[in-house]
Design a binder for this molecule. Structure first.
Ligand code: EPZ
Length: 423
C-alpha cells in the first residue's frame, strides 16, 4: 500500500498550475459515446477515475488512447451496452454511462455504482427520471436493465433535489434523437455548463445550463459532429486544496489557470479566514495571515453555495485557526470520516449529526502522526493538515487521493513542501 510521508511546519510559497476538473471530465467522457466519431479532450489529467472511465469506454467498443496529455476517443464502434459490475464499482460516476449508452444504443445494462465512501448515494432520482422519459427499467440479480420504449420523448422532469449526476444523466439521454426534454430544479454546478458546452459541440441544442431550468433538444446520430475537440474547466476543488495548503502554513503564492467565477463560494470563505486574495484573468494571488480567523458557520449547499467537496479541505485549515468554526454538511450523510484522523493530529473537532464544531487551536501547530484517508476529499484534507503538523505525517489511503488529484505531491513540493510518495 503506498503512502505519503509529509515533513510539515514549512511555510509554502510559489506558484502552482491547477489541472482540469475530474467532475467535468467524467460526464464528458461518457458523452464521447454519443457522436460515433472522434473526440479529443485536451489536457486531460491522468487520474484514477479517468482510467476507470477509459476501461468502460474500451469495454463498450471505443478506442481510447492518450496522446501526450490529450485523450483521444473514437466511438464509431460502440458494440455493446452492458457495463459489468467490476467496471461500475470502480467509481460512483459510472452511473453516468446509463444515459449516454441508452442514447446511443437504445438500451443499457448496468449494476448499482460504487458508493458508501460518503454516504448511501442512491440513484433513485436517475431511475425516476428515466422512467418518466419512457425507459423501462427492471432490476434483477443486482443488474439494472434499461430499455427505451419510445424513439423520442418530449417531456419535463422535475428533480426533487438538484442532483448533479441525475441532471447530467438526463442531459446525456436526451441529447441524441428527436427529444425535447426540460429539466426543472436542475443542478447549476459549473461542470453542468461544461457538459452542456460539449453537447452543443456534438450538435444538440442545450439552453438554460447553469440555471435551474435546462432544455435539451437532441440531434440525430447521423448529424452529430464527428470530430469534437474540448478542453474542460479547471478543478475548483483542487484549487481549494492548494489554497488551504497556503492558508494552513501562513504562506503566499499564485494559483494559476483557475476560473474566478467558479471559485467564488470558496474564495469568500478564505477571505473570511483573513486571507488576502486577488484574481486577475485566470491567476489568483493568495496571501495567508500568520494565524487564520475562524468562520462562524459554513453550510454545504448545491452551487452556487459552498461546495460539499471543499468541506474537509477547508476544515483542515480552520482546525488551526483562532476560535471556533461550525460546519453543516447538508449534501451527503456520511462525509466526516476525516475528523477522527484530524483529531489524531491534535485538531479538536466534534460531530453531532450533520454539524461539526471545529475548535481552532489558535495558531499552534498540529502534530505529525500516521493517518488513513477514507474518501477522496478527506485524503486532501489530511495531506493539507500534514503540511502544518510538526514532524512527519504518514498518509495512507492514496487509492482515494489518486482518484481526483493528479501529482499533488509535486504540486505541493513546487511550493516548498516536503512530500514523498512511498510505493
Ligand atoms: C457529484 O456527485 C460529484 N461527483 C461529487 O463529487 C459532488 O460531491 C456531488 O456531485 C455534489 O456536488 C461527480 O461529479 C463525479 P448528487 P453526485 O447526485 O452526482 C443524493 C468528489 O469528491 N442523491 O448531486 O453523486 C446523494 O446521495 C465527488 O469529487 C439521491 O438521494 O452528487 C447526495 O446526498 C464526491 N438520489 C446528494 O443527493 C439520487 O438519485 C447529492 O448527490 C442522486 C443523488
Amino acid at each position: 500500500m503506498s503512502k505519503l510521508i509529509i515533513e510539515g511546519g514549512r511555510r509554502l510559497s510559489g506558484s502552482v498550475i491547477i489541472h482540469k476538473a475530474k467532475n467535468a471530465i467524467l460526464p464528458i467522457l461518457a458523452a464521447t459515446v454519443l457522436n460515433g466519431g472522434d473526440n479529443i479532450i485536451y489536457n486531460c489529467p491522468k487520474l484514477k477515475d479517468v482510467f476507470a472511465t477509459i476501461n468502460i469506454l474500451r469495454h463498450l467498443g471505443c478506442v481510447a488512447e492518450y496522446h501526450g496529455d490529450d485523450l483521444h476517443i473514437n466511438s464509431s464502434n460502440v458494440c455493446r451496452a452492458d457495463i459489468t459490475p467490476n467496471l461500475m464499482e470502480a467509481m460512483r460516476s459510472s452511473v453516468i454511462f446509463l444515459g449516454a449508452v441508452m442514447a446511443r444504443c437504445g438500451h443499457a445494462i448496468a449494476s448499482p455504482p460504487g458508493g458508501c465512501e460518503i454516504g448511501l448515494r442512491p440513484i433513485d432520482l436517475h431511475i425516476k427520471a428515466f422512467k418518466q422519459l419512457g425507459i423501462s427499467i427492471t432490476e434483477k440479480k443486482g443488474e439494472i436493465v434499461c430499455k427505451k420504449k419510445r424513439a423520442s420523448v418530449k417531456d419535463e422532469i422535475f428533480l426533487s433535489f438538484p442532483s448533479v449526476g441525475a441532471t447530467e444523466n438526463i442531459m446525456l439521454l436526451a441529447s441524441l434523437g428527436g427529444n425535447i426534454v426540460k429539466i426543472s430544479n436542475a443542478a447549476k454546478e459549473p461542470e453542468i455548463i461544461d457538459l452542456a458546452n460539449f453537447l452543443r459541440e456534438l450538435g444538440a441544442r442545450v439552453i438554460g445550463d447553469g440555471t435551474s431550468e435546462i432544455i435539451i433538444s437532441g440531434v440525430a446520430l447521423k448529424n452529430t459532429n464527428k470530430l469534437i475537440e474540448h478542453t474542460c474547466i479547471p478543478d475548483r476543488i483542487v484549487a481549494a486544496t492548494y489554497m488551504s495548503a497556503l492558508a494552513i502554513t501562513g504562506g503566499e503564492g499564485e494559483v494559476l489557470q483557475i476560473n474566478e467565477e467558479h471559485m467564488q463560494p470558496i474564495t469568500a470563505v478564505f477571505k473570511d479566514m483573513g486571507c488576502n486574495i486577488e484574481v486577475k484573468h485566470d491567476t489568483m494571488t493568495f496571501y495567508a495571515p500568520s494565524i487564520l480567523n475562524r468562520v462562524d458557520y459554513i453550510r454545504t449547499q448545491p452551487h452556487p453555495g459552498f461546495p460539499t467537496d471543499a468541506q474537509a479541505i477547508v476544515m483542515a485549515a480552520l482546525s488551526v485557526a483562532r476560535g471556533t468554526s461550525i460546519f453543516s454538511e447538508n449534501i451527503f450523510d456520511n462525509r466526516y470520516k476525516h475528523i477522527e484522523e484530524l483529531n489524531k493530529m491534535g485538531a479538536d473537532v466534534t460531530v453531532d449529526g450533520r454539524i461539526a464544531v471545529v475548535r481552532g487551536i489558535d495558531g499552534r501547530h498540529l502534530r505529525g502522526t500516521n493517518v488513513v484517508a477514507r474518501d477522496l476529499r478527506g485524503a486532501g484534507a489530511l495531506v493539507v493538515s500534514g503540511l502544518n503538523a510538526v514532524g512527519e505525517t504518514e498518509v495512507k489511503g492514496l487509492e482515494h487521493l489518486d482518484r481526483g488529484y493528479y501529482d499533488l505531491e509535486n504540486g505541493l513540493n513546487g511550493l516548498g513542501a516536503n512530500v514523498v510518495r512511498i510505493n
